[in-house]
Design a protein around this ligand. Structure first.
Ligand code: ATP
Ligand code: LTN
Length: 328
């Protein structure tokens, strides 16, 4: 039997090339090796204020984009978190087995609540909901960015704690570090990662950006002092980021890309980077438009909901019974 892989991509902003390289394309690479669970964690997104209409729209867009990027809508379980009631139910049981101390150490919570007067409780308990997302499906591996590793660690701890107290109930998940890990950085501040919720839209390339905007943003990317197109993240973070983007979109190893740009000026580098990104994203956008027109998103989500619901319900029932809730 194939091992199970599970991951979620929050509908917290328009998708960027960082999400594409770091997450969506990875899933497309893994789907043959693993039984894959891919879901939209919309319940996580409301830990911070959201516009309801935008949230509805983004949920479907993310699924459409996954399919356009080559994630098979029939071979994988693709679903929306909020359509499966067992996430919130299991989350409550797990909450009652979590400690204030361990939750207070979560760095993302500390970062997101810093300086805020009113801090939503959901922001604090979010990692427990994430543990429920993972444990409900007995996931073996969870691909994550570095920022989510601590949350997967909590899911492991909760699974172990629960199994010890009540007997084997959950599979203990492992974080999975991407095989071809590349971090795409902010175009205007390459010390930060490119992010879908960045304040300045010029800092990120969105998967749905028109050609003109893509070229403009890349030509306006911050480069470094001096000359020479070399990969040196410490001294030339801007140039290194552009080289990374080039390498990812042209499928050329960084070292070969460096050779390719030997003697080139920063302007030449930017033009070529823009070229490969425009080519890839234009194709992607055409596919995406077809997907969104086809009705496949809702078909996929209906099927995914039914499959996921059956699996999650079974796990939830086990957990519910061993802790003594309801009837045997
Ligand atoms: P937000 O701004 O809402 O925090 P984000 O764009 O930073 O969103 P996440 O939703 O935290 O992205 O991450 C979703 C997935 O995309 C994760 O697997 C993460 O590793 C990947 N990812 C996000 N940004 C990048 C990036 N700049 N480079 C590589 N991978 C990325
Ligand atoms: N917290 C994650 C999204 C997420 C997730 C999950 C990822 C929610 N539940 C379960 C993997 C497994 C994020 O913000 N990137």
């Amino acid at each position: 039997m194939k091992k199970r892989l599970l991951t979620g991509l929050q509908p917290s902003g328009e998708l960027t090339i960082g999400n594409y390289i770091g997450s969506i394309r990875q899933v497309a690479n893994y789907q043959d090796e693993y039984e894959t669970f891919l879901f939209v964690p919309d319940m996580h997104s409301i830990t911070v204020p959201q516009d309801p209409e935008t949230l509805h729209r983004r949920v479907r867009e993310i699924v459409g984009m996954y399919i356009a990027c080559g994630v098979s809508p029939t071979e994988n379980h693709i679903y929306i978190q909020s359509e499966i009631p067992w996430h919130a139910n299991l989350s409550w049981i797990l909450e009652c087995h979590s400690y204030m101390g361990e939750m207070s150490r979560m760095t993302q919570f500390k970062a997101k609540s810093e300086g805020k007067k009113e801090i939503g409780c959901g922001l604090f308990t979010y990692p427990i909901l994430m543990a429920a997302d993972i444990l409900l499906y007995n996931a073996d591996v969870v691909p994550t960015g570095a920022d989510q590793k601590q949350h997967v660690e909590l899911a492991r701890n909760l699974a172990q704690r629960f199994n010890k107290k009540y007997g084997e109930t959950f599979v203990v998940p492992e974080p999975l570090i991407p095989k071809f890990g590349a971090k795409i950085r902010d175009l205007l501040d390459p010390t930060k990662k490119m992010s879908k919720s960045a304040e300045n839209p010029k800092a990120s390339i969105f998967l749905n950006d028109p050609e003109k905007a893509i070229r403009k943003k890349i030509m306006g990317a911050v480069t470094d002092s001096g000359e020479g197109v070399v990969f040196d993240e410490e001294n030339k973070p801007g140039v290194s980021n552009l080289l990374t983007i080039y390498s990812c979109f042209s499928n050329m190893p960084i070292a070969d890309a460096e050779k390719h740009f030997e003697g080139a000026r920063y302007g030449d580098l930017k033009k070529e980077v823009a070229e490969v990104v425009v080519e890839a994203l234009t194709k992607l956008q055409d596919k995406y438009a077809d997907v969104m027109k086809s009705g496949i998103v809702d078909e996929t989500l209906d099927r995914g909901r039914d499959e996921a619901n059956a699996i999650a319900h079974e796990t939830y029932e086990k957990a519910r019974k061993v802790v003594g809730l309801g009837r045997v």
